[in-house]
Design a binder for this molecule. Structure first.
Ligand code: ASP
Length: 407
């Protein structure tokens, strides 16, 4: 028993943090709101370490692996395939359940964040690929340009062969130092998560309010959650089993700290430090592979978001009494995939990129107002599936690139 507790101390602490946060936020919302500062400090500490972590991890991985082509292609193909499966599940579930049929529209005012994104399209996603100013991107926490710049530097340093010895040693030392800081932050996860959950539920007015909101849009919430459940508990574990040969239950246990952190922060990017430590240290996935596959995944691979986008858009159409044809469903399939790729790994980013999907099929953007109230709640579940999908990607790609496994 003692050894069980000492081995699982952190995860038991995190679970206690989640539960206590839930209780305090539900029954003492005012106190919960005040506890939010603890969560904020924790989240900021995680975010602070994300950019250096991504830059060093990706540059170093590429320098060591050398052949980006095959690894990159396999990673992108795997991520694109799982995202497409997720969108399909969303479309099937929402079409079968018809959560919006006959429902009245609760609120159709357009939220501010969305208003400024009117006209958001595919080119806006493409624009994220390159940046004229890396410091501005870093300042705005736009991770995709940072990843691309790190890839380029990694390839360039790799080509310098002997001349790169100094930079290799420097990056390796920085990598070790960053991981040390990550471990210090991880030790604070239970209390940080307590603050985040208590604060969020407290801010929403306590447990009753949350429950009321969830039941108002009950059928829609049900569709998103059931879709996420199918993808997270059936499809992804099957892929893990078949493609990597790993036991999904053991892998889930290994990843539990990062999954609970994803749930509490609603941010794949902020969770990245934990996702990397869990896959490499608990599950034993090669660091070289993980440190390339996971930062990329946290930014572009969002199975949960993709699934949610398709459910939400079709639900909005149903609420307006609009019947979508097959062609429109195909457009939703394609644009929801793009919208998930384009969404940043930060809270409620999916809500904003949904504009692209709505516009592509000519639905009113105001429709987002219908699902706005409950979005922060669903965000936690979809972010958890996003991170789960990324970490399974790391195990699968490790298997598909066996010659790169040695550290
Ligand atoms: N919060 C999600 C994430 O960080 C993105 C979203 O769907 O809003 O993965």
């Amino acid at each position: 028993m003692d050894s069980f507790i000492s081995k699982n101390r952190l995860i038991l602490g995190i679970i206690t943090g989640v539960l206590m946060g839930g209780v305090v936020g539900s029954f003492f919302p005012e106190f919960g709101t005040r506890a939010q500062i603890i969560g904020e400090l924790f989240l900021n500490a995680l975010k602070m370490v994300v950019l250096p972590l991504i830059i060093v991890s990706i540059t170093l991985s590429i320098m060591k692996i050398g052949n980006l082509g095959s690894l990159g292609l396999k990673t992108i193909a795997y991520y694109a395939a799982t995202t497409a499966i997720a969108v399909s599940i969303g479309i099937v579930v929402v079409t079968a359940v018809q959560p919006g049929a006959g429902s009245e529209i609760f609120s159709a005012s357009m939220p501010e964040v969305v208003k400024s994104k009117e006209g958001f399209g595919v080119t806006d996603i493409l624009r994220q690929i390159s940046t004229p100013n890396l410091f501005k991107s870093a300042y705005e926490f736009q991770i995709l340009p940072i990843i691309i710049a790190s890839l380029l530097f990694g390839i360039a340093f790799g080509k310098l062969k002997k001349e790169n010895q100094l930079i290799l040693e420097l990056l390796e030392t920085m990598d070790k130092a960053i991981m040390k800081i990550v471990h210090w932050i991880i030790a604070l996860t239970p209390i940080g998560i307590f603050g985040l959950i208590a604060g969020k539920i407290g801010e929403a007015g306590g447990g009753n309010e949350v429950l009321e909101m969830a039941t108002q849009l009950g059928k829609y919430v049900f569709c998103v959650l059931i879709g996420l459940l199918i993808h997270g508990f059936v499809i992804l574990p099957l892929l893990l089993r078949i493609l990597s040969g790993r036991n999904p239950v053991t892998y889930l246990k290994d990843m539990s700290e990062s999954l609970l952190t994803a749930f509490s922060t609603a941010s794949s990017s902020a969770t990245l430090p934990l996702t990397i430590t869990n896959t490499t240290e608990n599950a034993g996935v090669s660091p070289k592979i993980s440190k390339f596959v996971l930062p990329l995944g946290a930014t572009v691979n969002m199975d949960g978001t993709a699934l949610y986008e398709s459910v939400a858009v079709i639900f909005i159409a149903q609420s307006y009494g609009i019947t979508l044809g097959e062609g429109e469903l195909i457009v939703i399939f394609l644009t929801a995939t793009l919208a998930a790729i384009g969404a940043a790994g930060i809270p409620e980013a999916g809500l904003v990129t949904m504009v692209l999907v709505l516009q592509a099929v000519g639905l009113p953007i105001e429709g987002i107002g219908i699902i706005l109230a409950i979005d922060w709640f669903l965000d936690r579940f979809r972010t958890t599936v996003n991170v789960w999908g990324d970490s399974i990607g790391a195990a699968v790609i490790e298997k598909l690139e066996p010659d790169k496994n040695t550290v």
